[in-house]
Design a protein around this ligand. Structure first.
Ligand code: AVI
Length: 361
């Protein structure tokens, strides 16, 4: 862990150092147990772990709107349309995360492949997988044929990634899993020896309690000696952060608004979505960007599946997402508490983003 030994460790996240919780993570224990048993029995995991239903969305929206203050689960931002808009966000000049992480990976992928040796690559929240292609190329250049399992809640984006990778890289065997992260955790052991990729600072969309549960599950799923490659946003420049989440072309706003358009499409709501504003601001106290939907007129959110209706007042803001930003001198000891030891840290010159190679001890 050469580059880190000189860093002062400030303090770990303690119970008094917690930002307000966002939205509960759904863990379907029964299904997890079934999948774990299937994996233990050596069965091939099903490609379709969970088809998300409109009822899942309805229940989540009703729960979030019943909460004070109101909040929505950011997982539902990623329907086919939302995933497409997110891909556009990643291309915007203001959104430095994707570009910076891509450049770090391009420089580091060979070293990462050398350090881990030949492993199966499993990626959580793979998206279109473009950055992953850099890593896959490095693995096949060093170790020959590669096995790659992307896991994503968006079926459309998963299919696209699968088609693209298979067409471009015939030496990569893609076995996509459609489902949530929680669905995939019990299967991790069946991929060992593996490198689990969790890129794009997606970990920043979990609040600290969710992150604790997430890392506990990862630590339980990985076998000793397995690796994890984690991408984290370490930028604290408020102007850069503001720009990244309020791009000039309006994709960030379209992304937030799409959550409400999805309610119209799937829940039978009849919201006037153009009047819903996107508000994204950096909260330095909690080192996170907070994203809200602000209602500029009073409207009702009708959820036909549940026969329920929620009135949202003019000027009311509903939290749709948080995006936490990290300090390495917090993050590294925090991950170590889950048995994930930092082997190497790769960063850009401006220290805006970091990629951590972790090893399950
Ligand atoms: C997926 N995730 C890391 C993005 C982020 O930066 O937190 C989601 C996003 N939301 C708005 N812009 C980007």
């Amino acid at each position: 862990m050469d580059s880190l030994t000189a860093l002062t460790i400030e303090k770990l996240y303690g119970s008094g150092d917690r930002e307000p919780a966002v939205a509960p993570v759904r863990v379907d224990l029964n299904q997890a147990q079934v999948l774990a048993l299937a994996a233990a029995a050596g069965q091939k995991p099903p490609a379709d772990l969970r088809a998300e239903t409109a009822m899942d969305f309805a229940v989540s929206v009703a729960r979030g709107l019943s909460h004070a203050p109101r909040r929505l689960d950011c997982r539902f931002l990623y329907d086919a349309r939302g995933s497409e808009i997110f891909e556009r966000i990643c291309e915007q000049p203001e959104y430095y995360l994707t570009r910076t992480e891509g450049a770090i990976l391009a420089a580091a992928a060979g070293d990462i492949a050398r350090r881990t040796g030949p492993v199966t690559l499993v990626e959580l929240g793979s998206g279109s997988g473009i950055k992953t292609q850099i890593v896959l190329e490095a693995y096949s250049a060093r170790h020959g044929p590669v096995r790659y399992t992307p896991v994503d809640i968006s079926k459309s984006i998963l299919e696209l990634a699968e088609q693209e990778i298979t067409a471009k890289m015939p030496h990569v065997k893609v076995e996509a899993l459609h489902g949530t992260y929680e669905d995939a955790f019990p299967l991790l052991a069946s991929y060992s020896p593996c490198l689990l990729l969790f890129l794009g600072s997606t970990v920043g969309n979990l609040d600290s309690s969710e992150a604790d549960r997430f890392w506990e599950a990862i630590a339980a799923g990985l076998m000793p000696g397995d690796f994890c490659l984690l991408g984290v946003d370490i930028n604290e420049d408020p102007d850069a952060l503001h720009a990244a989440y309020n791009d000039g072309a309006g994709y960030s706003a379209a992304f937030t608004r799409n959550l409400f358009e999805r309610m119209n499409r799937e829940l039978g709501a009849s919201l006037n979505t153009p009047s819903i504003e996107h508000v994204a601001a950096y909260n330095p106290e909690w080192r996170r960007v907070e994203i809200f939907a602000r209602f500029t007129s009073t409207q009702s959110i009708d959820i036909s599946q549940l026969g329920r209706s929620f009135r949202v007042g003019k000027g009311e803001q509903i939290l749709t997402e948080v995006s936490r930003k990290f300090r390495l001198n917090h993050m590294v000891p925090y991950l170590a508490t889950f048995g994930l030891a930092a082997q190497q840290i790769y960063s850009d010159e401006e220290k805006r983003f970091a990629v951590l190679l972790l090893r399950r001890v």
